[in-house]
Ligand binder design. Structure first.
Ligand code: MET
Ligand SMILES: [Zn+2]
Length: 757
């Protein structure tokens, strides 16, 4: 069967629902309010809506299996029968959610971020021997559902190399085993899947292989060749599209070209038109010229030029998104609060589909003699018509003048801070947020909806701050926090107060499972019109004699968790945000705040996928952090906080931030960070977390003591801080009170031991 690929497609689509219908149904199902049937009904409606909408917008090829109850990597594990034994005793639906979220009796699988996005996937666990077994029910059901609507679809599935590359070896397996060792076994199941899809009359299938845009060694490339040779050589199969979003294929392009697959999906927003594109002659190229990663309107002229450059070498070219649209919100039309000038520059998922359709129609009516331009350079200019033009902003123009980014040597600062702060050994602190109670959320909803006057809301927030301060005093915490009750979100809070950002009302993007965020839009020059956190920080400090940390989000994290303009280099954006935070640091200091924490949990997330590009990014990131913090006086203690593990990969950069104290996730990952070589050389204060705040579990005193002792075993005692892994906002007050009681007691015992030694 030689069905040509239709002229336009998207690689994937959001699935949480334009009004987060899936989120609401999932959470109602989990808390027992609705049964599995009702959840399935909502899910089916969402799928049908998506297919019909894509067809009505005129899209040529409609994808299926882009829906997920939780995560597409988890779905792939189920498809392959890669369900670890400890979940298999549960009924299938329960096993799925148990792997995703855990149950009372069994912990969930790990979760981590999908390439350089803010989407989290569930990490499959693969052992050396368990058989894989095809379970194609979900994929086939979606094909049939769409067919009932008269729509033939292209199932989208995570490819075998990416699936195994992202998996982790099951604990307790043979030394040296890596999931990729099982590529042959897994490919056999994909071959069966192709046969099943063929039998179902499916004409195209899409395998997503973003791992191909990362640096791969020769052995992995050989695996890619073997896998796709084997799948490509099958006769009874649908035609095969291998999609490689998020970067350039590089050395993987000739490998794919050498196989019998039918189509390759290229990310031509992140990457250039490959110099060796001609190797793909004879195959279809699915040209990703519309970004699936941002909310900017596509510059149709540049996209058309890129398409012409591809068409010059390839006969069959399909207009497509660079990656799945799951990373952007549904529909700009839902936003009524954006100013018109900004709105003109934006495109959400629906608008991007329309762009693709119009680009695919364009060749027929392309103006004769349109200039042939080569694809634009990368990095600085990801093509976006919406992005504003203007002179690039440098650190200099952002701050008005060049800012010094070095403080006095650490020893000088440490002495000044010790004299000023007079903290005990092993100081106990928390990461910033205290529980966001239902009452607090209700009050915020009331404020936004207009039913709660601002003055009442402010009173509510101040009462909450006082509650947190009194609790910390009573428990004996050494460095207090105000608890962040006024913050809906650690990035949106600042975006709402900085010029150059816009926030949306419905711009939800799935972060993981039922969790969504509304990334702010950084569209203009970033300026801080007024202090953002000073009033409440000063209020909190006025309630106590103990030091209260000022709490800020750092420039890298604010930028990483926003949709950012593409017309200026990332380094300049980071510096602009850094300059705004620098002003806030100065105002906090002036208000008498002696310790200021600037959080950077996203430091690793933006790390480029190719090693060659990582050093430049890290220099930008560290530079911006130092713009933000280096104006502080010697005696002001600067803290930073990182979580989401993988910190070891950027340990040198964390060191280069030059913060006086770094708190870091450790309890959740069983202290792995303490074993990282290089950690003992970390020359300043360090607080490896001793309380896993992602679990409702309250750790015992001895357990916490052991974790402190483990830190003391590798770090000098005068550098060790005692703190949870992350903020406490998802916990309840009873849990927090019990856990912090144990943390304080454990620190006290370890102090006695130190004093006696
Ligand atoms: C994801 S890091 C969170 C840091 C923030 N200060 C909090 O405590 O919630
Ligand atoms: Zn954190």
């Amino acid at each position: 069967m030689q069905t040509p690929f239709p002229p336009s497609t998207v690689l994937g689509y959001p699935r949480i629902g334009p009004h987060r219908e899936l989120k609401k149904a999932l959470e109602s199902h989990w808390d027992g309010t609705i049964g599995a049937d009702e959840l399935a009904k909502t899910a089916r409606e969402l799928r049908e809506q998506t297919w019909l909408r894509l067809r009505d917008l005129g899209l040529g090829a409609v994808p299926s299996n882009t829906f997920s109850y939780y995560d597409q990597v988890l779905d792939t594990a189920v498809l392959l029968g890669a369900v670890p034994a400890r979940y298999r005793a549960l009924p299938p639906g329960d096993a799925y959610f148990a792997m995703a979220r855990g149950t009372q009796g069994v912990a969930p699988l790990r979760m981590t971020k999908w390439f350089d996005t803010n989407y989290h996937y569930i990490v499959p666990e693969i052992d050396a021997t368990s058989p894989f077994r095809l379970d194609a029910a979900k994929v086939l059901d979606e094909v049939r559902e769409a067919r009932e609507l008269g729509i033939e679809t292209r199932p989208v599935i995570v490819g075998p190399v990416t699936f195994l590359s992202l998996a982790q070896a099951a604990p307790g397996g043979p030394a040296g085993f890596a999931p990729l060792d099982r590529l042959g076994d897994v490919v056999a199941v994909y071959a069966e899947l192709l046969a099943a899809l063929h039998a179902e009359g499916v004409s195209w299938v899409q395998l997503d292989e973003p791992i191909l845009v990362t640096d791969l060694d020769a052995a992995v490339l050989a695996g890619v060749r073997a896998a796709y040779t084997r799948l490509g050589d099958r006769t009874a199969r649908p035609r095969l599209l291998v999609a490689a979003p998020f970067g350039e294929l590089g050395e993987a392009l000739p490998v794919l070209a050498s196989t019998a697959i039918d189509a390759v999906g290229l990310d031509l927003v992140r990457g250039r038109v490959p110099a060796d594109l001609g190797l793909l002659a004879g195959k279809t190229v699915v040209a990703g010229v519309v970004s699936g990663r941002d909310i900017w309107r596509t510059h149709l002229g540049s996209a058309a030029a890129t398409l012409r450059a591809v068409r010059a070498q390839i006969e069959h070219v399909v207009v497509a998104t660079s990656c799945s649209l799951q990373h952007v919100p549904y529909d700009l039309a839902l936003e009524d609060g954006l100013d018109d000038e900004l709105r003109e520059r934006l495109a959400f998922a629906e608008q991007k589909v329309a762009e693709i359709v119009s680009l695919a129609d364009a060749p027929a009516r392309a103006p004769q003699g349109a200039p042939e331009t080569s694809a634009p350079a990368r990095g600085v200019t990801e093509r976006s018509e919406g992005a504003p033009q203007g002179a690039p902003v440098t650190a200099d123009s952002a701050g008005g003048k060049a800012v010094p980014t070095a403080r006095s040597p650490y020893a000088v600062r440490a002495a000044a801070q010790a004299a000023h702060l007079r903290l005990p050994a092993l100081p106990v602190t928390t990461i910033g947020s205290f529980p966001q109670t239902p009452e607090l959320r209700a009050a915020r909803t009331g404020l936004v909806g207009g039913s709660l006057p601002a003055a009442d809301y402010d009173r509510r927030v101040r009462a909450e701050i006082e509650r947190a301060i009194r609790l910390q005093e009573r428990l004996g915490v050494d460095v207090l926090v105000h608890g962040e009750p006024e913050r809906n979100d650690m990035v949106q809070f600042f975006a709402e107060r900085l010029d150059g950002f816009a926030v949306t009302k419905h711009g939800w993007v799935q972060s993981y499972g039922s969790r969504c965020t509304r990334p702010p839009i950084l569209h203009g020059e970033v300026k801080r019109p007024a202090p953002m956190t000073v009033e409440l920080a000063a209020y909190a400090q006025s309630l106590t004699d103990k030091p209260v940390k000022g709490m800020l989000t750092g420039p890298v994290t604010i930028t990483a968790w926003s949709f950012v303009r593409r017309d200026v280099p990332l380094g300049d954006l980071l510096d602009q945000v850094g300059a705004a935070i620098r002003d806030e640091v100065a105002d906090l200091e002036a208000a008498g705040i002696g310790i200021i924490q600037v959080d950077e949990p996203a430091l690793r997330e933006l790390l480029p996928l190719r090693r060659a590009e990582q050093a430049e990014y890290l220099a930008w990131a560290v530079g911006a952090y130092r713009v933000a913090t280096s104006g502080a006086a010697d005696r002001t203690q600067i803290h930073t906080h990182l979580c989401y593990s993988n910190a070891a990969e950027v340990l040198d950069a964390i060191d280069a931030l030059d913060a006086d104290v770094t708190t870091i996730e450790s309890a959740r990952s069983h202290g792995t960070i303490l074993g990282v070589s290089g950690l003992p050389d970390f020359a300043r204060g360090l607080g490896p977390g001793v309380y896993d705040i992602h679990s409702p579990r309250v750790p015992g005193v001895e357990e916490v003591e052991k974790l402190i002792a483990a830190a003391l075993a590798v770090l000098p005692a005068d550098r060790v801080w005692v703190n949870p892994d992350c903020g406490l906002k998802t916990r309840t007050y009873p849990q927090v009170e019990a856990a912090l009681t144990h943390v304080v007691r454990a620190a006290a015992r370890q102090r006695l031991r130190l004093a006696a030694a």
